[in-house]
Design a protein around this ligand. Structure first.
Ligand SMILES: Nc1ncnc2c1ncn2[C@@H]1O[C@H](COP(=O)(O)OP(=O)(O)OP(=O)(O)O)[C@@H](O)[C@H]1O
Ligand SMILES: [Mg+2]
Length: 207
């Protein structure tokens, strides 16, 4: 991709794994090192994509394929208006969830064909330099979510079989892309999670 000099980092994993906490910690670390850091999230990151997020995380029923297309509608706007420009400026871009979440939740979790999502990924054609899969046993994630006590969304209302499929999906994605995806033990304290990510970036990214 011409002009791209930044570093594109994505964080993935189930609810309560600590993605948002780790993303903030990693952003703080890179800011302290100097240079521009863009901390963003999906679905969201632009006004249009945040409006789509409200639809996706709301309680209006949506067919899984419709959810998939909305995720990519949001992602297209985010990629074009935030991610690509930031990477062209040379920023470190840290994105809390990206296309692996769509693959895990919609394909593995809800049976949307993998090829449909793969085609949309190719259409947007913006790939992370490194992706962190924050791996945390379901019971530990559940305990964190109960302690956080926020509003539940459409996925938090789904049963354990769904979450097992999503977790298996993330593992399959990591196993299929070992050069891109680094698995992090998310049961560690937050500082250790951030340090593990920073160490992996030091040796694997900016390729
Ligand atoms: N490494 C950690 N050790 C202990 N607690 C943590 C850790 N990381 C995050 N937490 C706590 O667990 C809860 C969930 O963390 P966080 O919101 O970062 O998860 P998340 O993966 O972003 O979840 P979601 O997918 O729902 O957005 C929060 O209350 C947070 O303070
Ligand atoms: Mg979060």
């Amino acid at each position: 991709m011409s002009g791209r000099t930044g570093l594109f980092v994505t964080l993935e994993g189930g609810e309560g794994a600590g993605k948002s906490t780790a993303a903030r910690g990693l952003a703080d670390l890179f800011r302290a090192e100097g240079g521009e850091v863009v901390l963003t999230r999906e679905p969201g990151g632009t006004p249009g994509a945040e409006a789509i997020r409200a639809l996706l995380l709301g309680d209006i029923p949506l067919d899984p394929l419709s959810q998939t297309m909305l995720h990519f509608a949001a992602r297209a706007d985010h990629a074009q208006n935030v991610l690509r420009p930031a990477l062209a400026r040379g920023a470190v871009v840290i994105c809390d969830r990206y296309y692996d979440s769509t693959m895990a939740y919609q394909c593995y979790g809800q049976n949307v064909p993998i090829e449909a999502v793969a085609a949309l990924i190719r259409l947007i054609d913006l790939h992370p330099d490194i992706t962190f899969l924050l791996r945390l046993p379901a019971a530990a994630a559940q305990a964190r979510l109960q302690a956080r006590a926020g509003a539940s969304d459409r996925y938090e209302a789904m049963g354990p079989a769904f979450f097992a499929r999503v977790a298996a999906g993330f593992e399959a994605i990591a196993a299929a892309a070992p050069d891109r995806v680094a698995v992090i033990d998310a049961a560690q304290p937050p500082d250790a999670v951030v340090a593990a990510m920073r160490a992996a970036i030091g040796t694997r990214a900016r390729r």
